[in-house]
Design a protein around this ligand. Sequence first.
Ligand SMILES: [Zn+2]
Length: 153
Amino acid sequence: MRCPKCSSTDTKVLETRAGKESASIRRRRECIACGHRFSTIEEILREDAMVVKRDGRRESFDRRKIITGIRKATEKRPLEFEQIELLVSEVMKRLENEYDVEFPSRAIAEAILVRLQRIDEIAWLRFASFYEDYRDAEDFSRGIADMGREQSE
Ligand SMILES: [Zn+2]
């Protein structure tokens, strides 16, 4: 586990707690290099979760990829790594409820965007444009535009 502040991998666990639904474990950690304290959440992953792309291709769902994307969008924003982890956990729960094991890539992005907007407007905009860049979806940007409209109404 890397320290979100200095990237050192030298961290120690201060406290371990079972999460609300006990499918997750929360750990309070401290970076030995810089003393920064942060939390991590460990969850049982569904090995079978897949992402369905717009062109119908499937690939295994990769939580790290999503976290990387969000971290990129939240760079230099006042967001704790823990908030991002929580956001992703919420997104996962939502997707599993709604889609079981095959998540449309667009649903993933939208679930993230809706939550990101509540936390940090700048990060939300960045994430939206980031997705626009590398998704094939014209629809997707239209979706974002719609969301923006709903917001201002
Ligand atoms: Zn550190």
